[in-house]
Design a protein around this ligand. Structure first.
Ligand code: TRP
Length: 350
C-alpha cells in the first residue's frame, strides 16, 4: 500500500509528545469503509509506529446493540484483518480484543459508582440510539463508563477518535479526575487525565449520495471492495448534470473530493486541470478514482486475502497483544483495588 502518498493531504498531528500513550477502541460493526479509513484507521496506523499504542476491538461495547453471535465473531475478525492488512505492525504496538482484558469490566463497575445518572442521561450517543429505536438497555446507558475504563486501564493519555466521541472522552476525563480526587492522595493520582485527539475533522469523506459516508446511510464504499462491486459503486456516485464538454469546478464535486484523498499532488493537479478545461466528464473522473482506489489498496488487498486464509495466525497476534495489554491493565488494577479497599485473595491473572 502506498501509504506515503496520502501524507501530503494530512495536517500535521497535534501530538504533544512521543511519550503519549495512545488508546483507541474500534467497533466491530461490519466491514470498515473509506470514511473509517480516512477518518481514523489511517491515523491509527501512523501513530502506532511512533507511540506506545493500544488498539482494541470493542466486542463488549458491541453487545449493547448486537445480539448475533456469528456476526459478532465475524466482525471481530474483520477488524483485525483490516488493521493488519492496512499495515498495523504487531511488533510496534498492541492490537487485541477488549474481551481479552476482562478487567475492563471490573474497572467499569468501579467507575459506575462514580458516574452520575444525570451525567449519563446527557449522553448524545445514548439519546441518538434510543431515538433510532434501539432498546434502552443498561449497557447502552453506561456505555461511556466502559469506554472510560478502556482508556484509563492502560493509563492512556491521548485518544485518537472521531468528533462524535468528544463527549465520551470528556466523561472519561471527569471519571479520571473523580477517581483520583476520591481515592488518591493529591500528589499521587492513579490515572492520567487523557485528551482527545479529534480526527474526523481532518477529512469528511462523502458517500455515494454526497452525504457523509456512513454505514447507516448505506452510502459507503468498503475499504476492501473491488472488481465489479467497487466499479458499480464508484459509477453511482452522485454528481451534478454539467455536460461533458463544459468546464467543471473540482472543488464542488463528490468524485473529486474522493480523488483528492487518494491522489498525490501531481495527479490531483492534473485531474483538477482536466475538470476546469472541459471535455472531461464525470465518467472520466470516476475512472480515475477507480484506478486510484485500486492502486492504493492493491497490496493491502493481497495481504488481507492471505491473512484471511490463516485466521489462527490472526488470533495468535490478537492473543499476544491482549496478553501484554492485560499485564499493563493488571498493574493499574492492583493500584485501583488497593485504593478503593477491595481485597482479592486469588492469584493475580497471568
Ligand atoms: N465509542 C467508540 C466508537 O464508537 C469506540 C470505543 C470504545 C472507544 N472504547 C473506546 C474509542 C476507547 C476510544 C477509546 O467509535
Amino acid at each position: 500500500m502506498s501509504s506515503e502518498r496520502i501524507d501530503t493531504s494530512m495536517p500535521s498531528p497535534v501530538l504533544r509528545k512521543s511519550s503519549d500513550v495512545i488508546v483507541s477502541g474500534i467497533q466491530p460493526s461490519g466491514a470498515l469503509h473509506l470514511g473509517n479509513y480516512f477518518g481514523a484507521l489511517r491515523q491509527h496506523i501512523q501513530l502506532h509506529e511512533t507511540h506506545e499504542a493500544y488498539y482494541f476491538i470493542v466486542n463488549y461495547h458491541t453487545l449493547t446493540t448486537l445480539r448475533d453471535r456469528d456476526k459478532l465473531r465475524r466482525y471481530t475478525l474483520d477488524v483485525a484483518l483490516d488493521y493488519l492488512a492496512l499495515g498495523f505492525n504487531p511488533q510496534a504496538a498492541y492490537l487485541f480484543m477488549q474481551s481479552d482484558v476482562p478487567e475492563v469490566t471490573e474497572l467499569a463497575w468501579i467507575f459506575s459508582n462514580l458516574a452520575t445518572v444525570s451525567q449519563l442521561e446527557k449522553g448524545v450517543a445514548y439519546k441518538d440510539k434510543i431515538a433510532q429505536g434501539l432498546p434502552a438497555n443498561a449497557g447502552l446507558f453506561t456505555y461511556p463508563v466502559l469506554q472510560a475504563a478502556d482508556i484509563l486501564i492502560y493509563g492512556g493519555t491521548l485518544v485518537p477518535v472521531g468528533a462524535d466521541q468528544k463527549q465520551h472522552i470528556e466523561m472519561t476525563r471527569v471519571l479520571a479526575e473523580r477517581f483520583n480526587r476520591t481515592y488518591c492522595p493529591e500528589d499521587d493520582p492513579v490515572f492520567p487525565v487523557p485528551e482527545p485527539y479529534i480526527l474526523s475533522d481532518v477529512a469528511v469523506v462523502p458517500g455515494l449520495d454526497g452525504r457523509k459516508m456512513s454505514k447507516s446511510y448505506e452510502n459507503a464504499i468498503g475499504i476492501f471492495e473491488e472488481g465489479k462491486v467497487l466499479k458499480k459503486k464508484v459509477m453511482s456516485i452522485v454528481t451534478d448534470s454539467t455536460p461533458l464538454e463544459a468546464p467543471k469546478d473540482p472543488e464542488h464535486d463528490n468524485v473529486f473530493t474522493l480523488i483528492r484523498l487518494f491522489a498525490d499532488s501531481e495527479t490531483r493537479e492534473r485531474i483538477a486541470e482536466a475538470y476546469r478545461a472541459g471535455g472531461f466528464g464525470y465518467g472520466h473522473a470516476k475512472k480515475e478514482l477507480l484506478t486510484l482506489i485500486d492502486e492504493h489498496f492493491a497490496e493491502a488487498r493481497i495481504r488481507r486475502k492471505e491473512l484471511a486464509r490463516h485466521p489462527d495466525d490472526v488470533f495468535d497476534i490478537l492473543r499476544e497483544g491482549g496478553r501484554k495489554a492485560r499485564e499493563r491493565a493488571g498493574e493499574y488494577m492492583e493500584r485501583v483495588r488497593e485504593h478503593v479497599g477491595l481485597i482479592t485473595t486469588y492469584e493475580a491473572a497471568p
